[in-house]
Structures are given as structure tokens and as C-alpha cells.
Design a protein around this ligand. Structure first.
Ligand code: TRP
Length: 74
């Protein structure tokens, strides 16, 4: 593969309650939701920022790990 995901870092979201939403927002001029992944307590999502995804929004209590650090969003 030669797109930007070759070097893109991964982030990890671990749900600390049921019904956590990880929402992907589109890259480019038009910023909109393109995917919502629902996680139940203890479920983990490992993902990257890609040519389609420039930002994420996390709704619900979760542990978020990135190369910039780790946080919960209580
Ligand atoms: N099809 C999406 C993409 O390639 C999949 C994806 C990657 C995604 N990272 C995400 C979806 C983060 C939601 C949140 O960009």
C-alpha cells in the first residue's frame, strides 16, 4: 500500500461502559460523520487516521490511548 496509512499511527479506545460510540469524521473540506462504531464495556477498538478519517469523536466513558498520551473522558 502506498497511501498515508503506511505511516499513520494507531490509536486505541477501550470502552469503560456499555454503548460507547467511536465516530469517524471525514477528512477534507466537508467535515461530517462517516462511521459510528459501538463498543460495549471492555471492548477495544484499534484504528488509524486515514485518507478518509481525520478526526474522531468519542461518546461515552472510555480509555483513549494515542502517541500523545492516555486519557479518560469522564
Ligand atoms: N473506512 C474508514 C477509513 O478508512 C475506517 C476507519 C479508519 C475508521 N479509522 C477509523 C472509522 C476511525 C471510524 C473511526 O477511514
Amino acid at each position: 500500500m502506498t497511501d498515508r496509512t503506511d505511516k499513520a499511527e494507531y490509536f486505541i479506545i477501550k470502552a469503560l461502559e456499555n454503548g460507547v460510540n467511536v465516530i469517524g469524521l471525514t477528512r477534507g473540506h466537508d467535515t461530517r460523520f462517516h462511521h459510528t462504531e459501538k463498543l460495549d464495556q471492555g471492548e477495544v477498538m484499534i484504528a488509524q487516521f486515514t485518507e478518509h478519517t481525520s478526526a474522531i469523536k468519542v461518546r461515552g466513558k472510555a480509555l483513549i490511548q494515542t502517541s500523545h498520551g492516555e486519557m479518560t473522558n469522564e
